[in-house]
Design a protein around this ligand. Structure first.
Ligand SMILES: Cc1cc2nc3c(=O)[nH]c(=O)nc-3n(C[C@H](O)[C@H](O)[C@H](O)COP(=O)(O)OP(=O)(O)OC[C@H]3O[C@@H](n4cnc5c(N)ncnc54)[C@H](O)[C@@H]3O)c2cc1C
Length: 468
């Protein structure tokens, strides 16, 4: 970290404004005034709230900004989806200690919650605790972060200046100073496109009325939109499978419902995952169930399909692309549901010196641990504050966002990240460096030697999957 800062400092020509001697090393310590500033946390998802719980336990000042009108905003978008990890892996330890002090009753740890239950039974009670509630600002979107009186290019005094956060609230834009930033803003809401090249086209953006990004709740008002229609689902991960299973249920009520599954994978078998070998039983069941539906001919599969163009003709969608090098066009689609994963939003981090891996867009040091291009899912190891550092000291990306585009994030991994960071910010270096992760083991990842980027897979002994 110090080395990285030194490199930046020494790159200016003529007389460096920051030299590399020991005096300058001392400049990296927070300025005396900074110590009284809070740690800023961005996002009241499970990981941002866990960060708040750890800082609260340690008596550290913090302020949490949440863009939505309630906590768990992103999870609420998929509240109807059942998680595949049971409660025991979804509750942070510090959060649990604080909750229990107020008489909170833990859910049954072996049960699989719905997203909505994670919010109602865990995140909301946590956010309402007296240790957290006064420090959470809802309806507060962070729109920019910088260093005080210092733009990205300036190195002088950079390490000692506090961060400044610009936050849009209902009626104004406010400015806050902080001694550290923990960005737990997730990646949900920043979907990848349906295009096989990963690029957004104007045509696709203009079809928002017919294209849904995410897992629609087909038990509610969305039901009408898809019943009896010809629906294309794009993507090869567990979110796509969740969507397909829900559509198959709709088809039981109206046989005119047509389901087409499009993905880049070479064969549909690659999408089934570990099935009965998956030690997360619920996730294995997803693969098993979809396998049965495909065998029964309930879903038409188009794979590999490299989508190049989407357009609208006479009120219906046409999707063009190639399959094994041959041109292919699927016409007459009523609705499209895209489950191609998501990507991190760096738009408000333009003035922060980040260390981001160019391929995964994860925190740079994490990339070799999670890159689905090279990773057989068997070697993800626990990581903490040290691995999560950026060029700007005391700035951290955590949670789903720390994994960038990699689809393998799990809540339990994020809880360990923020435990370690809170310890570090409290000066407890021993606790910060002792990272441990308790996750179920699985043999799933042995099944594919080159998993595709939107697969959900699970390492043999530690952190593993998600589904976006
Ligand atoms: C369908 C689905 C199923 C999953 N199932 C599991 C599972 O079974 N087990 C598991 O461990 N993991 C699962 N995951 C993965 C992951 O654990 C979750 O996505 C989890 O919600 C990530 O938590 P987070 O706190 O990092 O981000 P999020 O939950 O996405 O929270 C981010 C928060 O930040 C807020 N925010 C965003 N931008 C700003 C801003 N600029 N300013 C202020 N606030 C902002 C958002 O409103 C949101 O409240 C699943 C994911 C999905 C999508």
């Amino acid at each position: 970290m110090k080395d990285m800062e030194s490199k930046v400092a020494s790159s200016s020509c003529c007389t460096p404004q920051v030299s590399l001697n020991t005096k300058e090393t001392r400049q990296e310590e927070p300025a005396p005034g900074n110590k009284n500033l809070p740690v800023a946390i961005i996002g009241a998802g499970p990981i941002g709230l866990a960060a708040a719980a750890h800082l609260a336990e340690r008596g550290q000042k913090f302020i949490l900004f949440e863009a939505g009108s309630s906590v768990g905003q992103n999870i609420l978008q998929w509240g109807h989806v059942r998680l595949f990890s049971p409660w025991q892996y979804n509750i942070d330890k510090a959060a649990e200690r604080l909750l229990r002090k107020q008489g909170w009753q833990s859910p049954i740890l072996t049960e699989l919650p719905f997203g909505q239950e994670i919010v109602n039974q865990y995140l909301e009670p946590l956010a309402n605790l007296p240790e957290l509630a006064p420090h959470i600002m809802l309806n507060s979107r962070v729109i920019s972060i910088s260093k005080k009186n210092t733009d990205k290019m300036k190195s002088a005094n950079r390490a000692v200046e506090p961060f400044v956060l610009y936050v849009e609230t209902n009626d104004s834009t406010k400015r806050f100073e902080s001694r550290a930033v923990i960005d737990a803003s997730g990646t949900w809401g920043h979907s990848n496109p349906l295009h096989a090249d990963g690029i957004w086209t104007r045509e696709e953006r203009n079809l928002k009325d017919h294209i849904y990004y995410g897992i629609p709740d087909l038990s509610a008002e969305q039901k009408q939109k898809y019943t009896g229609k010809r629906v294309a689902v794009v993507g090869g991960g567990h979110s796509a499978i969740n969507t397909l299973l829900d559509l198959a249920k709709l088809k039981e009520t109206d046989l005119n419902t047509e389901i087409i599954w499009m993905m880049r994978k070479n064969s549909v078998e690659e999408a089934y995952g570990g099935e009965e070998h998956d030690q997360l039983e619920a996730r294995g069941a997803l693969g098993r169930h979809i396998h049965q539906l495909i065998d029964a001919g309930e879903i038409q599969v188009v794979t590999p399909f490299m989508i190049e163009k989407v357009s609208k003709h006479d009120g219906r969608i046409h999707i063009k692309g190639t399959s094994n090098g041959e041109a292919k066009e699927i016409q007459g689609i009523d609705e499209v549901i895209v489950n191609t994963g998501s990507r991190p939003d760096f738009s408000f981090l333009g003035e922060v010196r980040l260390s981001i891996d160019p391929a995964t867009e994860s925190v740079e040091t994490l990339a070799p641990l999670i890159d689905p291009n090279v990773h057989s899912c068997g070697t993800v190891r626990p990581h903490g504050e040290k691995e999560l550092r950026h060029l700007d000291k005391n700035f951290y990306l955590v949670g789903m966002k720390s994994y960038g585009r990699a689809p393998t994030f799990l809540m339990a991994t994020g809880y360990e990240q923020v435990r370690s960071i809170a310890a570090y910010l409290d000066g407890d270096l021993e606790a910060a460096s002792k990272v441990e992760l308790d996750l179920p083991e699985t043999g799933v990842c042995g099944i594919s030697s080159a998993p595709n980027a939107n697969d959900c897979c699970m390492p043999v002994s530690s952190a593993k999957t998600s589904c976006s």
